[in-house]
Design a protein around this ligand. Sequence first.
Ligand SMILES: [Zn+2]
Length: 384
Amino acid sequence: MGAVSEKILYDNLVQDRYAAKGVKPSNLVLWGEDIVNGRLILFPKKTDTLPEYDSICRTTTGASLIYFDKKKQQPVLFCDVRYDKQTQNVYMSADIFNNVWKLLKESVQTGIELKRDRGEAEEELPEGYVDLAFLKHKSSEAVVKNDRVEYVSKVLPEREQKARSKMQSALDNPAYRFFYAFDSGIYHDRDCEFIREIPPELFTAAAERPRTRKPCRRCLRIMCLRELCSPYVKQMPAVNRLLKRGDIGNNYLERLAFEYGIKLRADEDGSLIVVSAEDTWKISGFDKESLSLWQNNYIKTSSEERCITQGFHHKKTADGRTLFQMLERIRRYKYDPHFHENVAKAEAQQAVKDQTADEADEKKGLFKRIVGLFGRLFHKDKRN
Ligand SMILES: [Zn+2]
């Protein structure tokens, strides 16, 4: 005895189901057994990753696909699909497929048997009608296993496999910080999305900046932050937030990181810690209207030497300056053991200058007074 169409077996139940709902589904209704008239084409759940999705939507209409859970008293089930009337292909998202295939494949099997009875069968198994081409990735392939879509890594030629694992271990090694394709003039940070586009056989990793190549504009800021925060790379987002608040652009950041050798980290209290040469500085007030600058304390141990001690002291002359101005002051700073002597000397010189000027003013005043006196006498004489 041949197969019996589900349309004959279950049509009443389907009608009852509509009646129970009170309305007919507004969508076009398809039967699972009819999938064998075309293909069941799966697309990814995230349709924005599928460039063809828009054109699929244009050429298809929304439809309800009937399938059955034959163990249940009310066996009729529906799922949403798209249907191409011309090719009779049914389009279904992979996540819906994972939910329904176990039951739906029985309807497809019925379709295969009906075709076989007519001498038209093309495929042996329901899975033969499932098209997974849209689910392909560069490194993995989709297969139907245990009634679900699974992704398996593509079997790569041995040479490519070796190149890929070499590439991965270079990316995992923190000693390497700059990455590029051997035939390209641009280098990247390990987190740059362009890394994925570098063919493994051309992939090159470097510990130092490749001088003959240029940094990628997309990941330049990350490269600078990695250098500035290293080895504490977890600090990068917090430091970046403070630098952005202080309007520090990529070009200056590049000089700070690779020319001036500054190190940065974010303090728990929300200030920026700047390490430049032997001094540590603290810039605070990011959440206030103006920034203030603090330098590590130190004591003079001899006429030429000092010893850095705990804590910071406020550099009042920097109050209200921009972050850029403060960073410039920090990176130009050199400890001057004679600073106070020089200041005292300069003050003394200024005092001498002031005193001389005062004396000169006084002399001038005296001179004026004498001239005035003579003037008045002279006028008196004239009048006489
Ligand atoms: Zn990049």
